[in-house]
Design a protein around this ligand. Structure first.
Ligand code: KIV
Ligand code: NA
Length: 259
């Protein structure tokens, strides 16, 4: 049975942790889904998989192209797609158009957007009113890298309270869940306890309602990882070894590589 946004809220009430990861193509999505991941995010971290330095350059068309492939690989998980930089900040109508394209063209069930300032709260409320499930994202928001850098957010009491208030406003605007990125664990716990909707943490301690990581980090495929990424296997090493073995066998004429 496919997982719904309401299911995630129920799981929070039941204390069942939500397992989330990112995906960027059919094969990865199929593997994650079959392995039991609950929520698959086509994150704009896809930009880094495509060789960009930051998430800023990726376009809505690129996100949609990859989200369609991911969607084809998923039977059970909830599929959420990031709206990329400046495809929703300009106006409510721009956000509606972008989110609408994602849902209509990819078959994904929800979109995620960054920030919790008053203009974004209004945008989120309008998307939700239109029937578009929205996931929030506060704390470190990488689309604002040139403004905030990649530092941990919410360290001072005042900054922590700002993030808490953004999360509360997002819940009131109707988001079904919120990503908390790179904030102190005690702040993430406080937000988690104050909200009815589930928090999904990344670099936000272990007491959120669920966790998300960037799959290319988890698999050891990324050239560099953020400090909070946990690496579960080193695919860069595995792939290098496999390709070197293949190259050796081809050059030695040992292997019937085509049979
Ligand atoms: O783009 C992404 O991968 C994300 C996650 C880190 C939450 O937004
Ligand atoms: Na993202």
């Amino acid at each position: 049975m496919a997982i719904t946004t309401q299911q995630l809220i129920q799981w929070k009430q039941q204390g069942r942790a939500i397992v989330a990861l990112t995906a960027w193509d059919y094969a990865i999505a199929q593997l994650l889904d079959a392995a039991g991941v609950d929520l698959i995010l086509v994150g704009d971290s896809l930009a880094v998989v495509l060789g960009y330095e930051t998430t800023l350059p990726i376009t809505l068309d690129e996100m949609i192209h990859h989200a369609k492939a991911v969607r084809r690989g998923v039977k059970r998980a909830l599929v959420v797609v990031d709206l990329p930089f400046l495809t929703y900040q300009e106006s409510i109508s721009q956000a509606m158009h972008s989110a609408g394209r994602v849902l209509k063209e990819t078959g994904a069930q929800a979109v995620k957007l960054e920030g919790g300032h008053p203009a974004m709260i209004e945008t989120v409320a309008r998307l939700v009113q239109a029937g578009i499930p929205v996931m929030g994202h506060v704390g470190l928001t990488p689309q604002s890298i040139h403004k905030m850098g990649l530092r941990q957010q919410g360290k001072s009491p005042a900054a922590g309270e700002r993030i808490l208030n953004e999360a509360i406003a997002l819940e009131q605007a109707g988001v079904f869940s919120i990503v908390l990125e790179h904030i102190p664990a005690n702040l993430a716990l406080e937000i988690t306890q104050k909200l009815r909707i589930p928090t999904i943490g990344i670099g936000a301690g272990s007491q959120c309602d669920g966790q998300i990581l960037v799959t290319s980090d988890v698999l050891g495929l990324s050239e560099k990882q953020p400090p909070f990424a946990k690496v579960y296997t080193n695919l860069r090493e595995e792939i290098t070894k496999a390709v070197q073995n293949y190259a050796l066998e081809v050059r030695d004429g040992q292997s019937d590589t085509n049979t």
